[in-house]
Write a protein that binds this ligand. Structure first.
Ligand code: PMP
Length: 278
């Protein structure tokens, strides 16, 4: 697979990462996933902004300017010669003899992997996916897109083993987000989503969905809600760069409403697809 490592284009399987890279030793780094639709990066500015925020929160200096990142991305896309691509971008603090305390002069390491976008299975896209509800055992700073994803990985694996698409987290009886997505529910034709706070990732797809919902004159509540409210919802969907707007029709084995993909969810997904074409 085409990859980028500190200014060079390489094969993703090439063995060049230092064993002393702190990303490898500690998960000491940040990442982004950006989708390219028809050759054009979708909401790249927002992704770069979030990458900067994540890096800043961890005191990792940005290795490149936005312009440099955009140029490397354009070059990668040229080399890959695919029009629908997912780019995984990662910055680790750098490589140094293992020590919790990091040297102020350490040089960050930037990597990217360019891969043709994967389509969500037609059945889930059309009929909706099912989710588990699990306690959110992550740290208090999930707004930082850090490499540390063990609770997310374990929850999503449990979901996959049980034939579910996603695991939805809750903490202190409020729903936070999915293991790799933000969550929205519809009740009485109004849209609800968890408000931004340090406990969730400020999703880029979430921004796009709120924009679409506003254009559709849907009343939006950025409010905390309970797992019970989710189970009693009329409609539900999760959002992420790779899942886009994905309907959820079953929570913990129970149908949401009539178990069918809701009209509002369909309209928002259509509006989202339009945005990706602009
Ligand atoms: N929350 C978590 C925990 C995630 O991993 C993701 C996917 N990156 C999201 C939300 C959705 O973010 P985005 O829409 O920017 O992909």
């Amino acid at each position: 697979m085409l990859a980028f490592y500190n200014g060079e284009f390489i094969e993703s399987t090439e063995k060049i990462v230092s064993l002393e890279d702190r990303g490898y030793l500690f998960g000491d780094g940040v990442y982004e996933v950006v989708r390219i639709y028809n050759g054009k990066p979708f909401m790249l500015e927002e992704h770069l902004e979030r990458l900067k925020n994540s890096a800043e929160a961890l005191h990792i200096p940005m290795p490149y300017s936005d312009e440099e990142f955009k140029q490397y991305i354009a070059e990668g896309l040229n080399r890959l010669n695919e029009s629908n691509v997912d780019i995984y971008m990662q910055i680790t603090r750098g490589s140094a003899p293992r020590n919790h305390v990091f040297d102020k002069d350490i040089q960050p390491v930037t990597a990217m992997i360019f891969r043709k976008s994967k389509k969500i299975a037609d059945d889930i896209r059309e009929n909706g996916g099912s989710v588990l509800l699990r306690e959110d055992q992550r740290w208090a700073n999930c707004y930082i897109k850090s490499l540390n994803l063990l609770p997310n990985i374990l929850a999503k694996n449990e979901a996959a083993e049980k034939g579910c698409y996603e695991a939805i987290f809750y903490k202190d009886n409020v729903v936070t987000e999915g293991s790799a997505s933000n969550i929205f529910v519809v009740k009485n034709n109004e849209l609800y989503t968890t408000p931004l706070h340090k406990g969730i990732l400020p999703g880029i797809t979430r921004i796009a969905v709120l924009k679409v919902a506003k254009e559709l004159n849907i009343i939006i509540h950025e409010e905390f809600f309970t797992p019970h409210f989710l189970k009693e919802a009329d409609e539900c969907f999760v959002t992420s760069t790779t899942s886009e707007v994905l309907p959820i029709t079953i929570v913990e084995g129970e149908k949401i409403s009539n178990g069918k993909v809701g009209e509002l969810t369909k309209n928002i997904y259509e509006g989202f697809k339009e945005l990706t074409k602009k």
